[in-house]
Write a protein that binds this ligand. Structure first.
Ligand code: ASP
Length: 247
């Protein structure tokens, strides 16, 4: 339908508090609304018209969804739509299909919209947050991994915090963030371990993905088998490290 929509989630590792919104249209700052859901505390995940009503109730701005289009994303979407109109719908060519012809995980024009953050305080408290515009050409009503606890976003102080990106169906099917954090606790080479977890998960589906994490012992790790992923990390008082990780 050409409407940009967002999934977003935030989790606090100390008490496993969780707040998320999914498939929301016109929410100005989806991650802030997810945080309001967490702070409200009654529910974990709001969707659809109820999420917008909650947004209005907590004073969260609702905007015209067209503000989320960029020239690049709009022209990529138009090109896809024109292709479908001319040649028909072909599942294998859609971004949510993780097979060979999977432009959403291959083309910079249709990726790069997911932002994740993880943090650990000096006294060991953790949190994770993820926000995304999801995959282009997905079915209306599709929800990805981002707002599913344990799949795209997870924090538990004794394990660490993780935020994932990439093919959401892969991350959901493997409960990626929770499973990976569990496997990585105490692993001697956590970066290699995370990459192995990604390869194992995406090997099941043909999708691709990436993740950032801070472990309970303070190690900062990131890995991906997508074509590119930008990361930045910093310890208090230390230098800011950044890396754009293209092939
Ligand atoms: N994981 C997101 C989703 O499947 C998309 C992404 O991270 O690029 O909705």
């Amino acid at each position: 339908d050409g409407l940009p929509a967002h999934d977003a989630a935030v989790m606090r590792g100390h008490d496993q508090a969780y707040g998320a919104v999914a498939a929301v249209v016109g929410v100005a700052r989806p991650i802030d609304l997810a945080r309001s859901v967490l702070e409200d505390g009654r529910h974990c995940l709001l969707v659809g018209p109820g999420a917008l009503r909650f947004a209005r109730r907590v004073g969260h701005p609702i905007v015209d969804p067209s503000v989320f289009w960029t020239d690049r994303s709009r022209s990529a979407w138009r090109a896809r739509k024109a292709h479908i109109e001319a040649h028909g719908w072909d599942d294998a060519r859609q971004p949510w299909n993780p097979g060979e012809a999977s432009p959403a995980v291959e083309s910079p024009a249709t990726t790069g919209n997911t932002v994740g953050a993880v943090v650990r305080t000096a006294d060991g408290r953790t949190a994770a947050a993820t926000s995304t515009g999801g995959l282009m050409m997905r079915y209306a009503g599709r929800v990805g991994d981002t707002s599913v606890a344990g799949a795209g976003t997870y924090a538990r102080d004794d394990l660490g915090a993780m935020s994932a990106t990439g093919h959401g169906e892969t991350m959901m099917r493997t409960v990626f963030a929770f499973a990976a954090l569990t496997e990585l606790a105490g692993a001697p080479d956590a970066t290699a371990g995370l990459r192995a977890q990604l390869d194992r998960a995406t090997g099941l589906t043909g999708g691709r993905g990436g993740a950032i994490a801070i472990l309970a012992d303070g190690r900062v790790i990131h890995a991906r088998n997508t074509r590119a992923m930008g990361t930045a990390w910093q310890t208090e008082g230390g230098p800011l490290h950044t890396a754009f990780l293209p092939d």
